[in-house]
Design a protein around this ligand. Structure first.
Ligand code: ZN
Ligand code: ZN
Length: 147
């Protein structure tokens, strides 16, 4: 994952590319964000981003959303979701209206190779007669079932 510094650099690049305006503040990861992609803080003009969305293809759309808040606020236009300025600029740059859904991976079954000890966390039950350890071809055994 990017460091806060690298994230800020990326936000700066996106800002120049799409808005033709510089992003002059800081961007950082915020682990506590759950389903929101990011947040804009009018007080000190920094942006928070959800690290769970960092790997998503749509992450740039999340950055564009927060930058739309940022640039409108700085140019004293309607920067809130319901404002016409916000809707217009967001559509113009192609930012996301809503944060993409992040599904937390739910591991329900834990398998382990009886030969080499390699773990296989899985969401679904697997047929241990058919599937073998990918490393050593050993037999898999269920360790725990979390349903
Ligand atoms: Zn927003
Ligand atoms: Zn094995």
């Amino acid at each position: 994952m990017l460091t806060n510094q690298e994230l800020t650099k990326k936000v700066r690049e996106i800002s120049l590319n799409y808005f033709k305006r510089p992003f002059e503040h800081e961007a950082k990861w915020n682990q506590r964000l759950r389903t929101t992609g990011g947040r804009f803080f009018p007080k000190d003009l920094h942006l928070d981003f959800n690290p769970k969305m960092a790997e998503l293809e749509d992450f740039e759309g999340v950055v564009l959303h927060e930058l739309t808040h940022y640039h409108l606020y700085r140019t004293k236009r309607g920067y809130k979701h319901q404002d016409a300025d916000f809707k217009r600029l967001l559509a113009q740059v192609g930012g996301l209206r809503y944060a993409p859904a992040v599904e937390e991976r739910k591991v329900k079954y834990d398998y382990v190779c009886q030969n080499c000890g390699q773990n296989y966390p899985r969401q679904r039950k697997i047929d241990t007669k058919k599937y073998r350890c990918g490393k050593c071809r050993g037999q898999l055994k269920i360790k725990t079932s979390r349903i």
